[in-house]
Design a protein around this ligand. Structure first.
Ligand code: PEP
Ligand code: MN
Length: 336
């Protein structure tokens, strides 16, 4: 349920209303707009008498929210959420490039790629330390050593870092990580979502391989209900019957999410396509559709990458992508 409060309301009546809501065992989420305050009620609202609330002087409108996701709902929070991290703002009209290798492989590689992507226009460095691999015999990532090297690359370049967490037992290792990634395979690992939601860090939440938009938003709700309000949704392709690409980029998810939620939305064209040459057109499509940024895999030597070489761009290819995508993003009114 949301209660829209009039701008020039009586403070005493407002306090009275919030106290009464609390006494019903509900939490409030306040969104301060230019002309009104939107008060979202979280919890079992079945005991709230909607007509009684509507009759209050300070109340402009009351609506029941049909969708099961509340905190992520744009009705709850009409203004876009901006995620601020390490001097970078994701959302709020910016178009952000997150780039780096699929996996951190060694110090020279991660620092070299970090410098190159920064030079090309990336403002956040990605790199996997813990890798979710289909085969247990495939490279599993450098794990804690990978995080140490990412932090070194951050120290060298000043870029904030994003890296995937796969288990709650690794939380301590992520102490100095700027943004925690929940991968597609863990989008519905609800215990992990709850634990990460309590970390007090921004989260990139990737869409599950076969998840609907609503299921994805419910996973964002898990993070948010634990106090994490800085959630960035990342569309990374879904599994369909199509085999010419690794996954199928659901580009319509971008405008659909923009309607349903206030959270920033980015697109990962690398995992969506699995093909390096498709990264540029898909990034342009993402920008044109209204995404707040892209997350792109970049490797110094793709043929020798330990993971996802076929979809990785060389630094100079990434630079070219940034230039062309910037033109599209600017054309739809984004700051680049
Ligand atoms: C990744 O970003 O490296 C990754 C494993 O992505 P996804 O979870 O989308 O497959
Ligand atoms: Mn990858």
């Amino acid at each position: 349920m949301i209660i829209v409060i009039k701008k020039d309301h009586d403070k005493k009546q407002y306090d009275h209303l919030t106290e009464w809501i609390k006494s019903l065992g509900l939490k409030t989420d306040i969104s301060q707009g230019e002309n009104t305050i939107v008060m979202g009620l979280v919890g079992d609202t079945s005991r709230v008498d909607i007509d009684l609330v509507r009759s209050l002087d300070i109340v402009e409108d009351v609506k029941r929210i049909q969708e099961p996701f509340k905190l992520a709902n744009r009705k709850f929070h009409p203004e876009d959420t901006a995620v601020h991290v390490g001097g970078v703002t994701i959302g709020a009209g910016n178009f952000t490039y997150i780039a780096g290798p699929c996996s951190v492989e060694n110090e020279k590689q991660i620092i070299g790629v970090a410098q190159a992507v920064k030079e090309a226009g990336a403002t956040v460095l990605r790199g996997g330390a813990f890798k979710p691999r289909t085969s247990p015999y495939a490279f599993q990532g450098l794990r804690d050593e990978g995080i140490r090297l990412l932090l070194k690359a951050k120290e060298e370049t000043g870029l904030p870092i994003v890296t995937e967490i796969m288990s709650e037992i690794h939380i301590d290792l992520f102490r100095d990580v700027d943004i925690v990634q929940i991968g597609a395979r863990d989008m519905q690992n609800f215990e992990l979502l709850k634990a990460v939601g309590r970390m007090g860090k921004p989260v990139v939440l990737k869409r599950g391989i076969a998840a609907t938009v609503q299921e994805w938003l419910m996973s964002a709700e898990y993070l948010m209900s634990e106090g994490c309000h800085d959630v960035v949704l990342c569309e990374r392709g879904i599994r369909t019957y199509e085999t010419t690409t690794r996954n199928t980029l659901d580009i319509s998810a971008v405008p659909v999410l923009k309607e349903l939620t206030h959270l920033p939305v980015i697109v990962d064209p690398s995992h969506a396509s699995g093909v390096a040459r498709l990264v540029k057109p898909l990034s342009k499509a993402a920008a044109a559709a209204g995404a707040d940024g892209v997350m792109i895999e970049v490797h110094n030597d793709p043929p020798r990458a330990l993971c996802d070489g076929a979809q990785s761009l060389r630094p100079e290819q990434f630079k070219d992508v940034v230039q062309e995508v910037n033109a599209v993003a600017a054309a739809v009114g984004k700051r680049v």
